[in-house]
Every structure is written in C-alpha cells, then in structure tokens.
Design a protein around this ligand. Structure first.
Ligand SMILES: Cc1cc2nc3c(=O)[nH]c(=O)nc-3n(C[C@H](O)[C@H](O)[C@H](O)COP(=O)(O)OP(=O)(O)OC[C@H]3O[C@@H](n4cnc5c(N)ncnc54)[C@H](O)[C@@H]3O)c2cc1C
Length: 263
C-alpha cells in the first residue's frame, strides 16, 4: 500500500523553569534546555509501525526556532526518512491558530500525503488544539484521542475514546490523527541509527518558501490569542503540628475545613 506519513513534532522546554520575556510575555525558547514533546514520541512510533506494516515514507515536520532542528534529528535517529523545519523570526509568538496555519502552509508546500500524525498535546502550551485546527486548515477529516490505527481498504480504521465511550470508525485518506499516549510504546533512538542518519539533510522552510507570503498571517501578527503573562502560581505552604488526641484533632480538622468551605 505505501503510505506517505507526515508527523508533526514540537520542541518544548525540558523543564518548567524557562525564562519568560518580560516584554512579550512569551517563553524565551532560544538557548533554553529543550527536548522532543513527549506526546510526539507516540506519534512517531505509530508512524514507524505503520510504515513497517504497509510500506511508505515518514517525514517529521516542526515549526520552531533554528534550534528545533534537534527534534528532527531525533526523529531521524528513531527512523524517520525525511525532515522539515519551518523556521522564521516572523513565525515567533504564534498562538494555536497561527501555528496550525504555518504548519498547513508548510504541508501545502511539501505536496501530497496520505496521513498526518500529531501527538495528543504539548507539555508547554498543552492546548491539544493544533492537530484538529491543522486538519480544518487542510480541509481533511481528523480524529483525536486515537488509541489504535490500521489501514483497511485504503482508509484509516481508528479507535478513539471520548470519556468512557469508545468509537471505531473508518476515515478516508488523506486524514489527520492525534494519537493518545497509550497507542504504543515508543522505541528508543538507537546509536547506530543516529550515526547512520547524521548525514540526512533537514529541509528548512522560511516564510518566503510558503504559498502564502503575507507576514500578517503568521507569528504574533497572525495570532488573535496573545499570552499576556506567564507566571508560576504562588504556592503558599504552611506547616503546622497538632499534638491533641485523635478525636480532638478530628474535631479541629473538621472546623478548619468548614471555615475553608470545603465541608
Ligand atoms: C503557557 C502557555 C499557554 C498558552 N496558551 C495558549 C492559548 O490559550 N491559546 C493559544 O492559541 N495559544 C496558547 N499558547 C501558544 C501555543 O502554545 C502555541 O501556539 C503552540 O505552538 C501550539 O500550541 P500547543 O503547544 O498548545 O500545541 P497542542 O495543540 O497541545 O499540540 C498538539 C500537537 O500538535 C503538534 N504541534 C504543536 N505545535 C507544533 C509545532 N510548533 N510544530 C510541529 N507540530 C506541532 C504536535 O504533534 C503536538 O503534539 C500558549 C503557550 C504557552 C507556553
């Protein structure tokens, strides 16, 4: 069957201790310690297993600063055949709408595909919206929270879950699937594969390579949602040691909880 798969992967801060730009309120990603979004490892693994079963090609795609090339190289070390980095200062500060638009333009530039795989969400913005919005932008069907996928008569047979309900459906290709984290067990990047893929080229797309070259559709300018301020929640921790009898302690705890309106 040979399926042409694009996997969307994002580079995210490796820890929550990432600096915030006081001017823009955005995360300062350049130079910050970063890693592949853990949920995208399930999307890559699903793509590699489908390629193994049906043949075809796996292309990893990311939008991010130049350092995001590292997640494409990680995808190569896992088994991806090709990689694309959409990077341009004019893409910076993108909200979900602008991110999905930029990815859709990059995919339109790349040409024909059968299946797009995304992770469930990211560990930084974690809106879990880019996948579905990207499908809308491309005018293709999509499914989220997918826990199994196989090909059947040229369609994707998927199982997805919404709360306690489980759905089985068939989706016409090309389509987009956001995979859940229980769909598979991601393989580890192999040293041999990392060495073998070191020579693979990461293709870079800037705004000038996109079908739509209007900068106002990208980045902060193209984002109706702007993160005004990111700040760690103030956590107030008070330590108290109560030495009364168990029943007195129970009584005191009940009145404290009542005062807090919890009981
Ligand atoms: C703390 C914080 C809060 C934010 N709140 C909002 C908000 O309320 N509304 C809003 O519009 N934006 C918000 N943003 C901006 C938003 O995070 C970015 O637009 C981001 O690029 C995409 O959203 P996400 O991280 O939520 O992705 P999600 O929708 O959670 O990602 C789902 C999947 O889409 C794919 N994907 C996502 N980003 C990329 C990428 N750059 N390259 C390739 N594939 C990708 C991956 O497969 C990923 O698993 C916020 C950012 C931060 C850091």
């Amino acid at each position: 069957m040979n399926i042409n798969i694009i996997v969307c992967v994002k580079q995210v801060p490796a820890s929550s201790k990432t600096q915030v730009d006081p001017e823009t309120g955005l995360l300062m990603r350049s130079g910050a310690e970063s890693r592949m979004n853990p949920y995208d490892l399930f999307a890559i693994e699903t793509a590699l297993q489908l390629k193994q079963r049906y043949g075809g090609q796996v292309t990893a795609l990311t939008m991010g600063p130049p350092q995001a090339e590292a997640v494409i190289r990680e995808a190569f070390a896992l088994g991806a055949d090709d990689g694309v980095l959409a990077t341009d200062r004019r893409f910076a500060g993108a909200d979900v709408l602008a991110t999905s638009y930029t990815l859709s333009q990059a995919i339109n530039r790349l040409g024909a595909f059968d299946l797009i795989l995304c992770g469930k969400q990211t560990t930084d913005g974690d809106t879990a919206q880019v996948g579905s919005e990207l499908a809308e932008r491309l005018g293709i069907p999509s499914a989220a929270n997918v826990s199994s996928v196989r090909m059947e008569n040229g369609r994707a047979a998927v199982t997805y879950e919404i709360n306690e309900y489980v759905f089985d459906t068939r989706i016409t290709l090309p389509c987009l699937i956001c995979v859940d984290k229980d769909i598979c067990t991601p393989r580890l990047p192999s040293y041999v594969r990392r060495q073998a893929s070191a020579g693979l080229r990461v293709h870079t797309l800037t705004l000038d390579d996109m079908p739509d070259k209007d900068p106002s559709h990208y980045g902060l300018d193209g984002s109706p949602t702007q993160v005004k301020r990111i700040f760690p929640p103030e956590i107030e921790v008070i330590h108290e040691v109560w030495r009364e009898s168990p029943s007195e302690t129970a009584g005191r705890l009940t009145s404290v909880l009542a005062d807090l309106g919890i009981v």
